[in-house]
Design a protein around this ligand. Structure first.
Ligand SMILES: *[C@@H]1O[C@H](CO)[C@@H](O)[C@H](O)[C@H]1NC(C)=O
Ligand SMILES: *[C@@H]1O[C@H](CO)[C@@H](O)[C@H](O)[C@H]1NC(C)=O
Ligand SMILES: *[C@@H]1O[C@H](CO)[C@@H](O)[C@H](O)[C@H]1NC(C)=O
Ligand SMILES: *[C@@H]1O[C@H](CO)[C@@H](O)[C@H](O)[C@H]1NC(C)=O
Ligand SMILES: *[C@@H]1O[C@H](CO)[C@@H](O)[C@H](O)[C@H]1NC(C)=O
Ligand SMILES: *[C@@H]1O[C@H](CO)[C@@H](O)[C@H](O)[C@H]1NC(C)=O
Ligand SMILES: *[C@@H]1O[C@H](CO)[C@@H](O)[C@H](O)[C@H]1NC(C)=O
Ligand SMILES: *[C@@H]1O[C@H](CO)[C@@H](O)[C@H](O)[C@H]1NC(C)=O
Length: 821
């Protein structure tokens, strides 16, 4: 039964680009002297794979290949005659009388044969393609599952298929298993790129272009490869076998409903494709487009590549300095770093050296390293100290808190810092350097998660270092120096990424207009949403605001402050990139006829408390002591959960040390929210923010705009109206009608009282934010509020023009420059 041709009764739907003949035979095996014509296919028993002749891309040449049955587009995983194409449809695959698989052309010449590889003549062989994608030649009598006379898995092409294939070395026969790219999409012959395991030192993965290493996937760490931020996915299981006889990577997909394969494309990019058995449409899940930090040894020796947004930056390791500082200054890094002129006192393995710990690292090239699977981290450290040329150490494996030991000698090459998923690396530094460094502040890192790498097999990549204009480089340098001085590491996004994300700043993506320029919604290709603030070129505030905002906000971390994700600088365009707030700003809710109904009392109370906590952090809890200076409802953003986040730090000022107030000759802010001492005299303090907060609280409670409300009876502004109701004991009449009866009177009264306390005329009467938070929590008794600022009795004349201006203007945009009188 086994050695007879099984002519399947099922005729698969013809795929026009494969089948060019009308003969549509499908077989499950090929026996001695039997052959497969062009147009016929050999099908695996479960129907997953087909073997037959096909033409790749636009080529008309015919090749024998293995592909996924019924998956579109055509997904070929292996090609037999990749170097010698057939020029017509007259090719035949045959199991010849010697028991070898051969491809014959129209004149019966053998153009490809498995014979060189067949160990011996077999009495009764058959050829089959298995459901793993392996085309095998085996003895019909053989019961052993894996005892094949020949198998295609021993001759990998450009594709790695989990579940049986392996990459690496048979150390006994010195046979290497590696991937090689196609020449082009039209030509499956061996191209320029190779994915190989190099066994020197501690074995590692590399992608080669010809004989040149272009990417290092790194070494096995027990879970994955150190070149990838590893998160072991439950669907996959990778194994790395390493002993005297072999060094192999194998991979299984545990979830059988998923298909996932890896291709080393002709461009040198490694791509992962995946689909499920439900949909037979193949998707690319990892384009293999990596960042420039992936380029092998981009930063030269003893230097770490750090990706900020899309751009790589190199940083010398602790105790090392650029070999050529002039080159380093123009972002030419490949000559790397050398040890600073501080001599280690290491003699005969005895020294006072210490180690500097780096976290989240891609470990250096292990080609010249020493390793032990049994040493502990402590022993590893001692082992390194014993040898004066040892420069760093780390654990070999990461599981269970780490085990084993890796040592590096002399130069360390090809390191990078991940935002997450990297390993710890300990760099040896002279004792003197260590003391210096300990006193230095930690660098702040705002990470953007590198897009998850789904399939653990290494991705290869051809990286084209984009040529950037020197002018732009210098311009960037300016900002970089600001950030460096402030010890901020802020990711930089590539302009093209932002253009794409915002559909070229299309007006339908516009979220609003701030004092310094428009804000757009952006969506990255991975679906992440951003808010992009494009600082207006002619506001004259670009530089200043950029600096303020970046320097301040990058250093602040609080759940009630909006998060800055990065920036983007293109020519003179400066953009700040924030987390996206789906519910936009508070004024969009409280002043909107329909949305105000969504803000029930508990939400409003939560927002009032959240803003207070954010402001308390700015004023007191952050190490910077910051006055926001432009608090208003349109600068309070709401996240998906309607939790408030304070934004727009363009006008913010830091105060030094214990200083709590300052003066400015430039008054900036928004009328209505500015207290009198600031609007009139330019005098600002944390109490100016407290005033603005009070205004916001009263707006939230009443649903009325400070700028538009006027008391029907008394021509009071909102503050005056609120105070009048309060003093008459009718304060609950202030509440937004949209709330109806659904509120907690005690909370509402507390909020109104806090609001009125915050907007009192004299700054010293206003509470500070810590009292506000305590009062809102009910932990502190509330005094009776005095008359608010801007309380104008009907017959009094405004004190100054500024006050008059304050009463008349309906302009709600931040006033950016106003000379104080
Ligand atoms: C095939 O040719 C078309 C038209 O020339 C071209 O757009 C396409 O990229 C080609 N496809 C491949 C795989 O070479
Ligand atoms: C295969 O063909 C050869 C030569 O034509 C013949 O000697 C041999 O018996 C054939 N084997 C089978 C199993 O048909
Ligand atoms: C078959 O291959 C032989 C040897 O390579 C060649 O001389 C011959 O022209 C080929 N025939 C066809 C039809 O391609
Ligand atoms: C090739 O071999 C087949 C089967 O042995 C035979 O029928 C055919 O005539 C041969 N063709 C040529 C061109 O020799
Ligand atoms: C997909 O694979 C799962 C697991 O092997 C199997 O249970 C299910 O029947 C398959 N579905 C289809 C449509 O083949
Ligand atoms: C490198 O740039 C910094 C600041 O941009 C400057 O202070 C330093 O002198 C430059 N070094 C060299 C060698 O050009
Ligand atoms: C280093 O060790 C060697 C051999 O143990 C010894 O001969 C030499 O004197 C030592 N050198 C110093 C400076 O201690
Ligand atoms: C230090 O390690 C290097 C590299 O393994 C080795 O060549 C050298 O002999 C070692 N030196 C000592 C003193 O063990």
């Amino acid at each position: 039964m086994d050695n007879t041709i099984m002519l399947s009764l099922i005729f698969f739907l013809p795929l026009s680009f494969i089948r060019t003949t009308t003969s549509l035979g499908s077989f499950t095996s090929l026996a001695l002297n039997q052959s497969l014509q062009d147009g016929e296919t050999l099908v695996s028993s479960g129907g997953t794979f087909e073997v037959g002749f096909f033409s790749p891309g636009n080529s008309t040449n015919r090749y024998l290949g293995i592909w996924y049955n019924n998956v579109s587009p055509l997904t070929v995983i292996w090609v037999a005659n990749r170097e010698i194409p057939l020029e017509s449809n007259s090719g035949v695959l045959k199991l010849n009388q010697n028991g070898a698989l051969v491809i014959l052309n129209g004149t019966n010449s053998t153009i490809w044969s498995s014979s060189n590889n067949t160990p011996g003549k077999s009495s009764n062989p058959i050829a089959q393609v298995l459901d793993s994608g392996n085309l095998v030649l085996k003895n019909t009598e053989t019961k052993e599952r894996n005892d094949f006379l020949w198998q295609s898995f021993d001759y990998p092409g450009d594709t790695f298929v989990p579940g049986g294939m392996k990459i690496g070395w048979d150390l006994v026969t010195r046979k290497e298993y590696f991937l090689s790219s196609w020449k082009s999409d039209d030509d499956p012959s061996e191209g320029e790129y190779f994915l190989r395991i190099v066994t020197k030192g501690y074995p590692q993965f590399f992608t080669f272009k010809g004989s040149k290493k272009i990417f290092r996937g790194g070494s096995w760490n027990g879970v994955g490869f150190s070149g990838y931020p590893t998160h072991q996915l439950s669907q996959y299981r990778q194994r790395f076998l390493m002993n005297d006889k072999q060094v192999f990577l194998e991979c299984d997909i545990l979830d059988k409903s998923i298909v996932s394969i890896y291709k080393l494309r002709a461009s040198g990019l490694g791509q992962t494709y995946a689909w499920t058995n439900q949909s037979n449409t193949r998707n690319v899940i990892s384009t293999g487009v990596q960042d420039e930090c992936e380029r092998f040894a981009l930063c030269g020796a003893n230097s770490v590549c750090i990706l900020d947004g899309n751009l790589p930056t190199c940083e010398c390791l602790k105790g090392y300095v650029p070999k050529f500082p002039e080159q380093w200054n123009i972002s030419y890094w490949s000559n790397g770093c050398v040890a600073r002129n501080v001599k280690s006192d290491c003699v005969n393995g005895s020294s006072s050296d210490g180690f500097w710990k780096y976290t989240e690292m891609k470990l250096p090239d292990t080609s010249f390293s020493w390793f032990s699977e049994i040493l502990s981290l402590e022993d590893c450290r001692n082992k390194c100290l014993e040898n004066c040329s040892c420069t760093s150490y780390s654990n070999l494996y990461v599981l269970d808190g780490g085990s084993g030991c890796l040592l590096w000698f002399d130069n360390m090459v090809d390191m990078r810092r991940f935002t997450q998923g990297g390993q710890d690396l300990y760099i040896r530094v002279p004792a003197s350097e260590l003391d210096n460094g300990r006193r230095k502040k930690m660098m702040l890192i705002i990470g953007i998660t590198v897009g998850g790498i789904i399939f653990g097999l290494t991705c290869a990549c051809a990286l084209i270092l984009r040529k950037r204009g020197v002018a732009r480089l210098i311009y960037r340098k300016h900002y970089e120096s600001i950030l460096k001085k402030e010890e901020i590491y802020l990711p930089t996004f590539d302009f093209s990424v932002i253009v794409k994300a915002t559909q070229n700043f299309s007006s339908c993506n516009k979220l609003g207009e701030g004092g310094f320029g428009p804000v757009y919604k952006g969506t990255l290709t991975n679906g992440q949403e951003l808010a992009v603030k494009r600082l207006s070129k002619n506001s004259g505030q670009g530089l200043e605001e950029f600096k303020n905002e970046v320097v301040l906000i990058a250093k602040l971390q609080h759940r009630n402050l909006v998060k800055l994700l990065g920036c983007c600088i293109e020519e003179e365009d400066i953009m700040l990139i924030y987390e996206y707030m789906p519910n936009k700003s508070l004024d969009n809710f409280i002043f909107d006829e329909t949305r105000r109904h969504l803000l029930e009392w508990p939400k409003r109370f939560n927002i009032i408390c959240g803003i207070a906590r954010g402001l308390l952090y700015l004023h007191q809890d952050s190490r910077l002591r910051i006055i926001h200076r432009d608090l208003k409802t349109s600068n309070i953003l709401l996240d998906a959960n309607l939790d408030p986040k304070i934004s727009d730090f363009g006008l913010a000022r830091t105060l030094l040390g214990d200083q709590i107030e300052a003066n400015t000759t430039k008054v900036a802010g928004t009328y209505g929210y500015m207290p009198p001492e600031y609007a009139v005299r330019g005098h600002f303090s944390t109490k100016s923010d407290v005033f603005s907060y009070g205004v916001i609280v009263l707006e939230i409670v009443s649903g009325k705009k400070i700028r538009e409300f006027s008391d029907p009876e008394q021509c009071h502004n909102l503050l005056g109206y609120a105070w009048r109701l309060w003093s008459e004991g009718r304060q609950l009449e202030l509440l937004d009608e949209a709330l109806g009866e659904r509120f907690t009177p005690s909370e509402a009264t507390k909020c109104i009282q806090v609001g009125l306390l915050c907007v009192q005329q004299r700054p010293e009467d206003r509470p500070n934010m810590s009292s506000v938070v305590l009062k809102l929590n009910g932990e502190k008794l509330l005094p009776n509020p005095k008359v608010p600022a801007f309380y104008i009795e009907r017959d009094t004349i405004p004190e100054s023009d500024a006050l008059l201006e304050n009463c008349m203007s309906r302009n709600e945009v931040s006033i950016t420059v106003l000379e104080a009188r």
